[in-house]
Design a protein around this ligand. Structure first.
Ligand SMILES: NC(=O)c1ccc[n+]([C@@H]2O[C@H](COP(=O)([O-])OP(=O)(O)OC[C@H]3O[C@@H](n4cnc5c(N)ncnc54)[C@H](OP(=O)(O)O)[C@@H]3O)[C@@H](O)[C@H]2O)c1
Length: 291
């Protein structure tokens, strides 16, 4: 920490997200040393007060706290492997998107090199960084989080999930899974009405209200999963839904659009019904996902 209570930080990666992180740190007065593979991308943050390191080694040497925000874990290894000895005594905070397994591997790798490791999953897009709407999942070393806390607070909310470094990406990927599932349905709905010439802007309020009305599904599903009871109080059983679902696929075909975003659910519903679970709620399909 500097004499003004600020936390000096190194940031590796000045893509859209890395740049947003650096700008948030600079805006809060934290000294930043930044490095990017393509040097030209550092000009913007340099103009705002960041020191620019010309090599990764120089960037690692500049500060104890090192934040990586690169494309993927392979690129993090590509950047750090050749200068791995420089990680000794460093606190590596990896905000690159990845899987739980990749995070655990990188934590072990960093540990062998004498670095402490904190993984992070950014739940925001770059313009949200530094606003109350942004939050980041963290898992791994609690002491790294404590040491870097004033810097990390500048990005948005901090949600620490525990010492297992895989927990942050696990939660990150789970939220993204929910988001992409939602996007798939939304894309399909727009395509379907669009095939009849309905303007997306005209249809959007109907879809928004419908999805909001169905929002209660989520809390009900959570209760059913935790209680292991997919039957009590069911009003729309899976046998009925499995019978109606083919209409979603047929309607797409009739309208001349692909149903490929929707098709995977049908066999799972049918399988559940065939196994004698027709009186249960749709959420019982979760049992078929467990390997
Ligand atoms: N943008 C978002 O909405 C968002 C939201 C949440 C999480 N994230 C995550 O944040 C991370 C960064 O995303 P971004 O939006 O900043 O991506 P981006 O704009 O595509 O930037 C990618 C960064 O990775 C660097 N890079 C890629 N391959 C490299 C390699 N082999 N060696 C060295 N550097 C390499 C690029 O360097 P060059 O400039 O030299 O190409 C650049 O700094 C990703 O893991 C992403 O999933 C992004």
């Amino acid at each position: 920490m500097t004499e003004h209570g600020k936390t000096p930080v190194t940031v590796l990666g000045l893509g859209a997200m890395g740049t947003a992180l650096v700008e948030a740190l600079l805006a809060a007065g934290h000294p930043v040393t930044a490095w990017n593979r393509t040097p030209g991308r550092a000009e913007g943050v340099a103009a705002k007060g960041a020191s620019v390191a010309s090599t990764v080694s120089e960037a690692l040497a500049a500060n104890k706290i090192v934040i990586a925000c690169l494309l993927d874990y392979d690129s993090v290894h590509e950047v750090l492997d050749p200068v791995a000895a420089g990680l000794e005594g460093r606190q590596l905070i990896n905000l690159t998107n990845g899987t739980p397994g990749q995070a655990r591997e990188m934590s072990a790798w960093a540990g062998q090199l004498g670095a402490e490791y904190l993984d992070g999953g950014i739940m925001a897009i770059p313009p949200m960084i530094g606003t109350p709407a942004a939050f980041i999942f963290y898992s791994g070393s609690g002491s790294v989080l404590a040491h870097a806390r004033s810097a990390l607070d500048t990005f948005g909310g901090v949600k620490y999930l525990g010492v297992d470094p895989g927990l942050a990406p696990l939660h990150d990927i789970a939220l993204l899974s929910g988001m992409y599932g939602n996007f798939m349905g939304v894309i399909q709905a727009f395509a379907l009405v669009g095939s009849a010439g309905v303007k997306a802007r005209e249809f959007a309020p109907l879809l928004r209200d419908w999805l909001a009305a169905m929002g209660g599904f989520l809390d009900r599903a959570a209760e059913q999963i935790d209680d292991g009871d997919y039957v009590t109080g069911v009003v729309s059983n899976i046998a009925m839904q499995a019978g109606a679902y083919p209409n979603l696929l047929k309607a797409a075909e009739e309208q001349g659009i692909s149903a490929e975003l929707l098709t995977p659910l049908q066999p799972l519903m049918d399988k559940r019904v065939a196994a004698g679970h027709g009186a249960e709620d749709l959420i019982g399909v979760i049992e078929l996902l467990k390997k």
